[in-house]
Write a protein that binds this ligand. Structure first.
Ligand code: MN
Length: 407
């Protein structure tokens, strides 16, 4: 029996962002609390543990784990082989009798953290965002610091507080110096913010002393998640000099539950912005790794921003080359995020500090209320979608969090 490429025998809702061309991986818990790996198709999840136990797909037993890390360690050839096999299982109706019983409706599951986060790095790679913050914090000076166009600026974040979408965000407390005050005080942050970002999930590890070429992104990066880098701006502003972000960021970073494989984003690849001045040889681009991802930031149900990811100045291949150029080894489960994504228009800014211009221009919500930063009870959701080879949507899903009062 022949099959039409791109079609599946699984019943897909019209316009589903999880067609056969997507097949993102995640970890789900069922009604009994049992945790398993799964791959999403439409409104169902294919239970990968059951599929490997039934010899329908083989990945050396890594699909029977409760996190993606062992599978991530396998590397590109195995990732590709498993994706091909899953595509075949879900495309060819001859496999339906064996596979259909392993499909679980998403209404019956809850999503967990998809992988144990090894190290977490956050970059600062969007020119519009960096320039906006430069204008806000260093008025009268050039908006970019001299190093910014020569290297992708970044910092190491806290891997242990990367949480899955849906985890409540407790308002952090800390030291902050209020405007007009000479000394700091302690208390709940008064300037809780979001950062809309895209994260890259590392699979294949490297040995210490190895620099990964910018040509080797696809050998090491398995896929993509959405990231909300929650930020307490008052704590951050007081603590960050001279060593960078610390407690203003480390209380929580949320990620979306579905890791979209890099291959699913093939059709979304675009030429990134030209770079001037020219970059050092180790940062030169070998392939186009701009990605046309359409992001939306939603606050209490209202879209407040649509940041354009394709304009990112430093691309993920350059970020990976930079973060390993000193020989720092990669581990399966490493996560590096893009930095806040902002476009040139006001409604394309990926943080509240930019959207409300540090309090000068509050944003208005449909219920008549205004915001300069987040209030307790606020719900923030970031969504993302790309376009697949056949024009179908490739959903990155969503990352959401509700603000709870300080404890
Ligand atoms: Mn960030």
């Amino acid at each position: 029996m022949s099959t039409v490429p791109g079609t599946t025998w699984v019943d897909l809702p019209t316009g589903s962002p999880y067609p056969l061309a997507n097949l993102p991986y995640g970890v789900f818990g069922d009604r009994t609390g049992d945790c398993r790996l799964g791959v999403r198709i439409g409104d169902h999840v294919l239970d990968l543990r059951a599929a490997e136990e039934a010899d329908l797909v083989s990945a050396g037993g890594t699909l029977r784990a409760t996190r993606l890390n062992d599978f991530l360690t396998l590397g590109r050839p195995q990732w590709t082989a498993v994706r091909r096999r899953l595509t075949e299982l879900l495309a060819d109706p001859r496999h339906a009798p064996a596979v259909r019983p392993l499909l679980v409706p998403v209404s019956e599951i809850s999503m967990r953290l998809p992988f144990a986060v090894a190290d977490y790095v956050d970059f600062y790679s969007c020119r519009e965002h960096a320039e906006n913050l430069g204008r806000l914090f260093r008025p009268g000076s050039p908006p970019l610091l001299p190093n910014w166009t020569h290297l992708p600026v970044g910092y190491h974040g806290r891997a242990g507080t990367v949480v899955p979408s849906g985890t409540p965000i407790i308002r952090p407390s800390g030291q902050r110096r209020r405007p007009g005050e000479d000394t700091p005080s302690f208390g709940p942050t008064e300037r809780l913010d979001i950062e809309a970002e895209v994260g890259f999930v590392v699979g294949a590890p490297t040995a210490p002393g190895t620099a990964v070429s910018s040509a080797a992104l696809a050998d090491h990066v398995f896929g993509v998640v959405l990231v909300n880098d929650w930020s307490a701006r008052d704590i951050q502003a007081w603590e960050y000099q001279p060593l960078g972000p610390f407690l203003g960021k480390s209380f929580a970073t949320s990620i979306s539950p579905w890791v979209v494989p890099l291959e699913a984003l093939d059709a979304a690849r675009v030429a990134p912005p030209a770079q001037q001045p020219p970059v050092l040889p180790y940062l030169r681009r070998h392939e186009a790794w701009g990605l046309e991802l359409r992001l939306e930031v939603i606050l209490n149900g209202a879209v407040i921003s649509r940041p354009p990811f394709a304009g990112l100045y430093w691309t993920p291949d350059q970020q990976l080359a930079h973060l390993t150029v000193n020989g720092a080894a990669l581990r399966a489960g490493d996560l590096f995020a893009s930095g806040t994504v902002s476009g040139p228009e006001r409604d394309q800014r990926g943080s509240l500090i930019e959207l409300a211009w540090n309090g000068a221009h509050p944003i208005e919500l449909p219920d008549g209320s205004t915001r300069v930063f987040l209030a307790d009870g606020d719900v923030v959701t970031i969504t993302g979608v790309a376009t697949g080879l056949d024009g179908s949507p490739i959903g990155l899903g969503e990352v959401t969090g509700t603000i709870e009062p300080a404890r």
